[in-house]
Design a protein around this ligand. Structure first.
Ligand code: SF4
Length: 447
């Protein structure tokens, strides 16, 4: 008598299109992890998939258009489409444009997305299903991973609909965040990118509740979390931090070399009048002083930010104030957007819409100003040795990033001819050349 176990049918295959910010990417990773755990395979193409999930972004109207286009493409190429993510909060708009979608679920509704997949493509019971690696599945290269520490936001910036879509701040318990970070570090991740909507507000909703971590009590508090993450001995990079006074505490960790001396602070503007109209968190009048103090305490500190020009009511004087502030602040990395009204945002009701050509002209002046600052700051690095994490290697050489470069949004360090390294290697690089955004160098060879 044969004792062989019944053989399962072919695994159902699901494709995923992930749009939007790194936070949406983390959501996609969680959905995929769940599906893989249930025996689904992930299809890299429309043609090979039994259904396609489109994880949308609904932040700006241009992102909504991109999301609707992506849904249309998935419907055309595959036909069986499940929509999730930020724009999923507006199911009516999606169904109006694409009545053929199978299901629409909102942001972070992992259960609902997985339920919709079950309905569209029932799971096959297979006693031999692949076990998911304990660190989960990631869409980013193996050597870096995003660590999402909270959802939602307690702020009410007038141009933003995220609190309406995602609700108020909900922080993850500290032990759950640390457990995920530990799993990632053990799995070989070399860089953790800490993300949320407002990283420095971490734990406020939990009243900084303590969690157990290897027999110790750790508070769910921004600086305490950073101190613990530093213990994993890998790069820790902080995104979406506001310059609240308690951020001072992490500058010490940066100065000690325990977490990367890098802060991504979305300032959005500098003029007090515009910031007030934007209803931005954290008083800005002392911000320049605070940046200077941080730099004195931790001279290598790299600062990245994003700004909006052409916000309703922004006058030429207020814009000029922003340019002057930029000159003083000497930020390392800066992104700039022309203001766009977002459906449902309070800012839409503000008077003083700035004409498109004025927005464009301000955007160009802003970029010119920052380009010169960025070029000068990068030039100052020539002749120094920097630790570089390798992202890609081909027959011409390698591309990596220094502590001052977050993946996808900042610059790169090009290592022409350096083919003896692999992604995830951390090497010392002598910087030889620079331009407005990137650096070039060679691996330091010790005689
Ligand atoms: S801080 Fe402001 S811009 Fe950022 S998510 Fe919260 S409300 Fe939106």
């Amino acid at each position: 008598m044969s004792t062989s176990l019944p053989k399962a049918g072919p695994a159902p295959k699901v494709g995923i299109v992930s749009l939007g910010c790194p936070k949406a990417l983390v959501d996609s990773e969680r959905i995929l992890t769940r599906l893989r755990a249930e025996g689904y395979e992930i299809s890299p193409s429309y043609a090979g998939a039994d259904a396609v999930i489109v994880n949308t972004c609904g932040f700006l109207d241009s992102a909504k258009k991109e999301s609707l286009d992506a849904i249309g493409e998935a419907l055309k190429e595959n036909g069986r489409v499940i929509v999730t993510g930020c724009m999923g909060g507006d199911a009516d708009a999606i169904r109006a444009a694409h009545p053929g979608v199978l299901a629409v679920t909102g942001p972070h509704q992992y259960e609902a997305v997985v339920g919709a997949v079950h309905e569209a493509v029932p799971p096959v019971h297979d006693p031999f299903v692949d076990l998911v690696p304990p660190e989960g599945l990631r869409l980013t290269p193996r050597h870096y991973a995003y660590l999402k520490i909270s959802e939602g936001c307690n702020n009410r910036c007038s141009f933003c609909i995220i609190p309406g879509l995602r609700g108020d701040l909900v922080s993850r318990p500290v032990s759950s965040v640390l457990r995920e970070a530990e799993r990632l570090a053990v799995a070989g991740v070399k860089e953790l990118l800490v993300i949320s909507q407002d990283t420095s507000a971490y734990g406020v909703d939990l009243k900084y509740a303590e969690g157990d971590w290897y027999g110790r009590k750790v508070r769910a508090r921004f600086a305490d979390l950073c101190r613990e993450l530093a213990e994993f001995d890998i790069w820790v990079r902080l995104h979406y931090v506001y310059p609240y006074p308690h951020v001072d505490e992490v500058i010490g960790l940066m100065a000690e070399g325990r977490i990367l001396p890098y802060l991504d602070i979305p300032f959005q503007h500098a003029s007090p009048t515009v910031l007030k109209a934007m209803r931005r968190p954290a008083a800005q009048d002392k911000t320049l002083d605070r940046l200077q103090r941080w730099r004195r305490e931790c001279p290598p500190l790299a600062l990245r930010s994003t700004f909006i020009v052409g916000f309703p009511g922004e006058t030429e004087e207020e814009f000029q104030f922003l340019l002057d502030w930029l000159q003083e602040a000497q930020l390392d990395r800066v992104g700039c957007f022309k203001y766009e009204p977002v459906e449902g945002a309070a800012a839409n009701a503000l008077p003083g819409a700035v004409p498109e050509e004025v927005k464009q002209e301000r955007w160009e002046r802003f970029m010119e100003t920052q380009k010169a600052i960025s070029a000068a700051r990068l030039k100052d690095k020539v002749g120094y040795t920097l630790g570089v994490l390798i992202d890609e290697v081909d027959e011409d050489g390698a591309i990596g990033r220094s502590y001052a470069d977050a993946p996808e949004i900042d610059g790169s360090v090009f290592l022409n001819g350096e083919t003896g390294v692999k992604p995830g290697d951390l090497v010392d690089v002598v910087i030889e050349n620079s331009d407005e955004y990137d650096l070039w160098g060679s691996i330091e060879r010790v005689e």
